[in-house]
Design a protein around this ligand. Structure first.
Ligand SMILES: [Zn+2]
Length: 110
């Protein structure tokens, strides 16, 4: 099972939040609630998962609603996804991991 990196690329954050690059940059530059960027090496900006979670928690309810599973209504956390394919599925169907498993992996492990 692939583990979620504690440090996320801009692309991973964009896919999870379903936002454009310019929206992400606005979030990073937001004076009221800036999304913190960590440079693991020079020229390699990453968003720490804990910083992202903290940033989301400070967002309003309208924003948080976008992070709910359309099937069961639970809050979708990036760290809940078991692999890259599931993360991609979230960007398409807006299903959480357990709903993805229920819908697409039926009987696969039996
Ligand atoms: Zn769900």
């Amino acid at each position: 099972m692939e583990q979620i990196n504690e440090f996320l690329t801009y692309k991973e954050v964009q896919d999870y939040l379903k936002i454009s690059e310019s929206t992400l940059f606005r979030a990073i530059d937001d004076s009221a609630n800036p999304l913190r960027v960590t440079y693991i090496t020079e020229g390699s900006p990453r968003i720490k998962l804990t910083d992202l979670t903290e940033w989301i928690n400070k967002q309003n309810e309208i924003f948080k609603k976008l992070l709910r599973c359309v099937s069961c209504g639970s809050i979708v956390k990036l760290e809940d996804f078991k692999d890259r394919l599931s993360k991609k599925e979230w960007t398409i169907s807006q299903f959480c991991q357990s709903c993805i498993t229920k819908t697409f992996d039926k009987g696969k492990d039996e």
